[in-house]
Design a protein around this ligand. Structure first.
Ligand SMILES: [Zn+2]
Length: 256
């Protein structure tokens, strides 16, 4: 009968006691570790980008650099463009800067040599869909898949090699869950930004420069354009911004 010391009522009481203990320990641990749920410190994103980030079981939209400290990631959308992409590559090279190019499939097919040039300059590629349909967020998953995988294939064909395409950026920054799912399936990170100087609207070189200087924080991702229109202002702004970044102690990196 010695083995019956722990009769059912005692077992029950022990079970209750142990679960209460486990519960209180886990509460104490969670109180003592604020921020342990994995939200990394990020620069404050612009309101528009925050609004589009609300969907989310998929990974968070990327709007910070891989490197810590005073790093900035430049991103160029809607190219490659035969006039402006080479000019931008020149300015970047002169200032020892790197950038990520979010390319559109239709442009990639027209100018495959520019994809190779961008890669040869040590830059990274980002998939920006085949047709840059700004209403892609409203389309079916099948359509989304064709647009994203199509651009990815265009980049591989243009590079004439297996090139890594580490990022996907939604046309117009308009995201949908299928876009995030397809990008994740293809191993591409969903790339947003933290600073939008609206260079696409050609507001004047001085305004592009000041918007970046005022908006940037360490770890920032800057949205610029090498395609989709006349980007002379963007090229000129870069000529001022890149030396300014260097003087401020910034390094150039990639989103991550
Ligand atoms: Zn775009």
């Amino acid at each position: 009968m010695r083995h019956r010391i722990l009769r059912p009522p005692y077992c029950y009481r022990w079970a209750v006691l142990i679960s209460a203990l486990v519960l209180s320990v886990s509460i104490i641990v969670s109180i003592c570790q604020p921020g342990a749920e994995g939200s990394p410190i990020q620069p404050t994103p612009p309101a528009a980008a925050t609004a589009s980030a609300t969907a989310a079981p998929a990974p968070d939209l990327l709007r910070h650099t891989a490197g810590q400290g005073k790093v900035v990631a430049l991103t160029f959308d809607d190219g490659p463009d035969p006039v402006f992409t080479p000019q931008i590559l020149d300015v970047l090279a002169r200032n020892g800067a790197v950038a990520t190019f979010c390319m559109v499939g239709t442009q990639v097919r027209r100018h495959p040599e520019l994809v190779r040039s961008v890669l040869a300059h040590g830059m990274r590629l980002c998939d920006h869909t085949v047709n840059h349909d700004e209403d892609l967020a409203k389309r079916t998953e099948q359509r989304v898949t064709a647009e994203i995988e199509g651009c990815w294939s265009d980049l591989q064909v243009a590079a004439d090699a297996d090139v890594p395409v580490g990022y996907f950026r939604a046309p117009g920054g308009e995201w949908s869950q299928p876009m995030r799912d397809v990008a994740a399936r293809e191993g591409m990170k969903p790339l947003a930004w933290s600073v939008d100087p609206r260079d696409w609207a050609t507001p004047g070189t001085a305004r592009i420069v000041s918007a970046v200087q005022q908006g940037v924080q360490p770890g920032g991702v800057i949205l610029l354009h090498d395609g989709g229109g006349n980007r002379a202002q963007t090229v000129e702004a870069l000529g001022q911004l890149l030396p300014w970044f260097v003087a401020q102690g910034y390094r150039f990196g990639f989103p991550g």
